[in-house]
Structures are given as C-alpha cells and as structure tokens.
Design a protein around this ligand. Structure first.
Ligand SMILES: [Zn+2]
Length: 114
C-alpha cells in the first residue's frame, strides 16, 4: 500500500471523524439515519472518503446475513462503522457498496466552511 492522500471535502454539510476531524462524508450522501450500529444510531451513506477497510467478515444482522468490512479513519485509525460487500437477501442488495457511519463516532465539520 502506498501513501494515501487525505481528501478535503467541500460542501454545505460535512461529517468528520470525531477524534481527529478528518473529513469523511458529505451530508448529501446520507441516505438514511435510521440504522443501528454498535454505539447506537448510525447513518447509511453512499460515499465515504479517508477511511481504510478491514478484513471481510460475515455477520448476522437484524436484516439478515451480510459480508461487511469495518472501516477505520485513515488518519487516527479509529473504528467508524462498516461497509457492505455482499447482502444475501434480494431486498437488502441496495446496501452493497454503501457505508455505515456510527453517529457517536462522527462530528459535524460544516463550520470549517463558514
Ligand atoms: Zn480520525
């Protein structure tokens, strides 16, 4: 793995890592705020940046079995959520390639651009 450049997002609403502030996602890319993570409420997001993914892991969730990878902040290595690799039930397929960000572990970085 080579050196990864950190991406700075610009937009009206940005979420960042609550630990180090690294930009993670545009608020526009959040498609649902009704998910549940290990730390409570979690967001389903179309596109996340500045993260690295862990090993693929098969997990049984309330919505069925999924293959997921945990995602960690590229800067401080803190756990942030996971990304869906494979969903086994047809009605969950829309989640493949999307990300879960745990609300407790992210912060609002929109003020950077005020
Ligand atoms: Zn971080």
């Amino acid at each position: 793995m080579g050196y990864m450049h950190k991406v700075f997002l610009s937009g009206s609403g940005i979420y960042g890592c609550s630990n180090c502030g690294t930009h993670l996602a545009l608020k526009d890319k959040v498609t649902s705020k009704l998910y549940t993570g290990q730390y409570g409420r979690a967001y389903l997001v179309d596109e996340v940046t500045n993260v690295r993914a862990g090993e693929a892991d098969k997990r049984s969730m309330t919505t069925g079995v999924h293959i997921v990878r945990d995602i960690m902040c590229m800067e401080c290595n803190r756990y942030l959520g996971w990304t869906y690799i494979t969903a086994f039930s047809a009605d969950q397929k829309f989640k493949e390639g999307k990300f879960i960000l745990e609300k407790e572990l992210i912060c609002d970085r929109s003020r950077d651009w005020d």
